[in-house]
Ligand binder design. Structure first.
Ligand code: ZN
Length: 70
């Protein structure tokens, strides 16, 4: 079977890789995925530690992300 090849750029390390070769899409590797997750957690969104995330919190985070992108 012919494997599809789609060149994408890893959002973490900016390296180009084959989308279908990675188990950690959209990242090229587990490491990049972990790094990104770490950044996400470091940028505390003023959520009190120890408190489980509520659905409203996710909405808030999404809003913040949208603001950042624009
Ligand atoms: Zn990467």
């Amino acid at each position: 079977m012919k494997k599809k090849k789609v060149g994408v750029v890893c959002p973490q390390c900016k390296k180009e890789f084959n989308y279908y070769d990675s188990d950690f899409r959209p990242f090229c590797s587990e490491r990049c995925k972990q790094i990104d997750l770490g950044h996400w957690l470091e940028e505390s969104y003023n959520i009190p530690s120890g408190e489980p995330l509520q659905e409203e919190d996710f909405d808030k985070i999404e809003q913040e992300e949208l603001k950042k992108d624009s």
